[in-house]
Write a protein that binds this ligand. Structure first.
Ligand SMILES: N[C@@H](CCC(=O)N[C@@H](CSC=O)C(=O)NCC(=O)O)C(=O)O
Length: 182
């Protein structure tokens, strides 16, 4: 199975490109997709700082890229945006899609502790596998200059990941997270 990312989509935006990639993730044991927004570049050797965006419940790697319009600021500031998916997919674990806030689309950027959910290791995917994959395959990204952000479930993910890894991220920015429990 191919761990190297393959480009599966590309669209021009604010002078740069939204690019979608697919790869096999050994951490999660399934194929994953992610998006990178590359801002326009004046030199092929230029390296962009990166900003991870962690999406909320039910999202994929597409929601932020399609809906946010963040590419306008990323283009102006010369920052690459990295939008991973929110959970493993296609594993057919019993009950994985029974609820909108548990399982598929709901990885919570944590490593699950129960054997049944052993593939739900989104913390390791975002903190370890993805940065390594980016630095090995995209020379135009400066993964040593990384910041992390997100909304809702992804805001919680960005904040907890940042606080556990103060050496890895320059800045954290999150949307306020509110849960209504009934
Ligand atoms: N339950 C609803 C709505 C799910 C929802 O509101 N998801 C939010 C994130 S909530 C916190 O993590 C979201 O961002 N949705 C995607 C979007 O593009 O708006 C449902 O089943 O749809």
């Amino acid at each position: 199975m191919e761990t190297k990312p393959t480009e599966i989509g590309s669209s021009k935006m604010f002078g740069g490109y939204n690019k979608r990639y697919k790869h096999f993730s050994p951490t999660l044991g399934c194929s994953m997709t992610f998006h990178i927004y590359f801002p326009p570049s004046s030199s092929p050797s230029h390296k962009f700082p990166i900003l991870y965006w962690l999406s909320g419940l039910t999202c994929t790697d597409e929601n932020f890229i399609i809906k946010s319009g963040a590419q306008r600021a990323a283009s102006a500031e010369g920052v690459a945006l990295i939008a991973p998916d929110t959970s493993p997919r296609g594993l057919n674990v019993e009950g994985e899609a029974d609820s909108w806030d548990f399982g598929v689309g709901a990885g919570f950027y944590l490593n699950a502790t129960q054997q049944k959910w052993k593939n739900w290791r989104m913390y390791d995917y975002v903190v370890k596998e993805l940065p390594k994959l980016l630095s090995e395959n995209f020379p135009q990204l400066d993964t040593s200059k990384a910041s992390i952000s997100g909304h809702s479930m992804g805001g919680h993910g960005a904040l907890t990941i940042y606080l556990k890894n103060l050496d890895k991220y320059k800045v954290v920015a999150v949307e306020i997270l509110i849960y209504f429990i009934d």
